[in-house]
Design a protein around this ligand. Structure first.
Ligand code: GDP
Length: 304
């Protein structure tokens, strides 16, 4: 994902090697190169501005330390600032103290929510939890079936509306808020300790979709609302993330399709712009292509 950015930054730092001391002009030239590399990687302009401002200030103010030469010092600063814009510490799921932990997924259609639901369920199951998936995407014709397939692959049950049932609990067909509520109730009754609620997305940000997501959030009071974003969407990332944050006030970000070879600016922008942590990375179509997101490891990978 970050090959080109990584190469550009490495080349920039190479230019500083062998310099005994950095002048202001050296720092400015380096910061300029970093700015260009980030913009070319599609990182959002305000994030680039903030990032390079910090790097410049810290590089100019840096003590000349015996242990690090100037080039190593700049690499260290850039590394620390990258960790910062990626959310700082690794953030784990906040588990409910009593009752099931409710995790709601939100994002545009095609972002990778349904796939993520299966990945997350499989991952939590491997850690000894007993998850259930709830199919609240009633918009897309195949979404419920797709979640059922994913649930089967993950070895996890799926709560879905069955058209034609009689009781309110068994038959909330057609109403995603009722399905979400019933799904959580089902989890309580069957003693599942994790409920993962898949919701509908649209191709673009849409007021009806957002209102529906907001109503689901209000109805089930999730412990986490994960915003799933396709890392390859480029410059649209910031607007989309901001709209979802205003709409559903998500608690964490999942970067999907990090295995792609696009420029990856989304990955480097959304956490910084929304102030919410990236919690997971989704890196392929198989249910095992999934990991906890570690900002420090990602920064090191970029600067490798
Ligand atoms: P949803 O509409 O948000 O539920 O998105 P889906 O889960 O249906 O995913 C949309 C498409 O992206 C599907 O073809 C998935 O197989 C694919 N996909 C999902 N996650 C990843 C990922 O991390 N990497 C890659 N390469 N493809 C993915």
């Amino acid at each position: 994902m970050f090959n080109s950015l990584s190469d550009r930054l490495t080349a920039t730092f190479k230019n500083l090697r062998g310099k005994g001391r950095l002048t202001e002009a050296d720092v400015d030239a380096t910061v300029r190169e970093i700015r260009r590399a980030l913009l070319d990687a599609d990182v959002a302009v305000p994030v680039v501005r903030e990032f390079t401002g910090q790097v410049r200030e810290r590089a100019l103010g840096a003590e000349v330390s015996g242990a690090l030469n100037p080039s190593q010092q700049i690499v260290k600063i850039v590394n620390e600032e990258l960790v910062e814009i990626l959310g700082g510490e690794t953030r784990r799921i906040r588990m409910a103290k009593t009752g099931p932990t409710i995790i709601m997924l939100a994002g545009l259609q095609g972002a990778g929510k349904t796939t993520l639901a299966g990945k997350l369920a499989k991952w939590m199951k491997a850690q000894g939890h007993s998850p259930i998936l709830v199919a609240c995407d009633l918009q897309r014709p195949n979404a419920v079936t797709q979640l059922q397939v994913v649930g089967q692959r993950a070895g996890v049950p799926v709560f879905a509306p069955h058209p034609g049932a009689t009781s309110e609990l068994a038959h909330p067909a057609g109403d995603p808020v009722a399905v979400a509520r019933s799904g959580v109730e089902e989890a309580r009754q069957k003693l599942h300790d994790v409920v993962i609620v898949d919701t509908a997305g649209r191709l673009g940000v849409d007021a009806d979709m957002m209102e529906q997501a907001r109503q689901i959030r209000r109805a089930i009071v999730p412990n986490e609302v994960l915003f799933v974003i396709d890392s390859m969407i480029g410059q649209d990332a910031v607007n989309t993330a901001t709209a979802f944050d205003e709409g559903v006030n998500f608690t964490g970000i999942v970067l999907s399709k990090l295995d792609g070879d696009a420029r990856g600016g989304a990955a480097l922008s959304v956490s910084s712009v929304t102030g919410k942590p990236v919690m997971f990375a989704s890196t392929g179509e198989s249910l095992d292509d999934f990991e906890l997101f570690h900002p420090d490891r990602m920064a090191s990978r970029i600067l490798d």
